[in-house]
Design a protein around this ligand. Structure first.
Ligand SMILES: O=c1[nH]cnc2c1ncn2[C@H]1C[C@H](O)[C@@H](COP(=O)(O)OP(=O)(O)O)O1
Length: 229
């Protein structure tokens, strides 16, 4: 990617500004997609691939679910997916992106309309962000993790899949609250929180507590080393 000197990067110049963090996301009901104000907007589709799991991490913390996100080329965390091409329907575009970015076997695990979760509208970017969640068996999720490094976009657009720690550790911050402190592309952090509640993986109270948690400052003595669990 060549630096064009104008604050953008080569062939990404046309869409690079879409990745910037914005706070103005509005939920759009499905019935409104055809309203004139949304016609002609840029569309994107992203997807949460997950498995429910009662697995104990370190024999202590219940996993709840294994949810895949990815580290992107820009250092942000997001879900697999991307911009829908002109003339492409949302599901075709999203399944294409899942294959390109994470090498998902979309014949076996296609995203379908029944997996739809929510759509947000970003007025400043004239961008409609459609979000889906697909539950798959845990062994299939592990296969996706292994196969993702062979994806077409691995090493350029995507730098690896990651699992979300959904538990909170003894200090009330490490685990999920610390994960939420990362930098997220677009409204992917909001999509994650919305979907956790939507799928009853976490309650509203649990999510609020995690969002409001702050790191605990260790005393100098505690800071000297050792493993803190
Ligand atoms: O996970 C996401 N959730 C919401 N919005 C996202 C997410 N990832 C990217 N975005 C935003 C950023 C851009 O505005 C568009 C499309 O971005 P991207 O996925 O990078 O698109 P391409 O793969 O380049 O087609 O959505």
């Amino acid at each position: 990617m060549a630096d064009t000197g104008d604050g953008t990067w080569g062939h990404l110049a046309d869409t690079e500004h879409f990745g910037r963090v914005s706070r103005d996301y509005i939920v759009v009901p499905k019935a409104d997609f055809d309203l004139p104000k949304y016609r002609g907007s840029t569309r994107a589709g992203h997807c949460m691939i997950y498995s429910r799991s009662e697995e104990k991490i370190f024999g202590i913390y219940t996993a709840r679910a294994m949810i895949l996100m990815q580290l992107r080329f820009d250092g942000y965390i997001g879900f697999p997916g991307g911009l829908i091409h002109e003339g492409e329907d949302i599901l075709s575009g999203l399944n294409r992106e899942l294959f390109e970015e994470v090498n998902v076997n979309v014949q076996k695990h296609p995203v379908k309309e029944e997996h739809y979760v929510v759509t947000h509208w970003c007025p400043s970017k004239k961008l409609l962000l459609h979000f889906y969640a697909v539950e798959i068996p845990i062994n299939d999720l592990k296969v996706i993790e292994e196969e993702a490094v062979k994806a077409h976009d691995y090493g350029t657009e995507t730098l690896g899949t990651l699992r979300i720690p959904l538990y909170t550790m003894g200090d009330g911050y490490r685990g999920f609250p610390a994960f939420l402190a990362n930098s997220y592309v677009g409204n992917s952090r909001e999509q994650l929180l919305y979907t956790l509640q939507h799928l009853s993986i976490m309650s509203n109270e649990e999510i609020t507590k995690a969002v409001e948690a702050r790191p605990v400052m260790l005393s100098t003595e505690e800071n000297k080393g050792g493993v803190h669990v």
